[in-house]
Write a new protein. Structure first.
Length: 85
């Protein structure tokens, strides 16, 4: 039982850390559109590559979660219909 609880806690902690990292990190798409190629004197400026990227594509997670919940709801409805009849 302890091992199962530890695994559940580990998964929840991992998801929490990734979610916090991705939502605290600045939006990298805004930084990439405002890159200067030269400074005032005409010398080239190296772009800032230290911007953090998101670890997870949350749109994909949302789509997968919605699909999972839809399938689970459908399976539950089928099971409850079989039990009623």
């Amino acid at each position: 039982m302890r091992a199962f609880l530890g695994m559940i806690l580990g998964v929840l902690l991992t998801i929490s850390v990734v979610y916090i990292h991705d939502h605290i990190a600045p939006d990298s798409s805004v930084a990439s559109t405002q890159v200067r190629t030269t400074d005032g004197s005409g010398r080239p400026v190296t772009p800032d590559t230290t911007a953090q990227k998101q670890w997870v594509n949350w749109d994909t997670v949302d789509n997968d979660w919605r699909g999972f919940t839809t399938r689970a709801r459908h399976a539950w409805n089928q099971l409850s219909a079989k039990l009623k009849s």
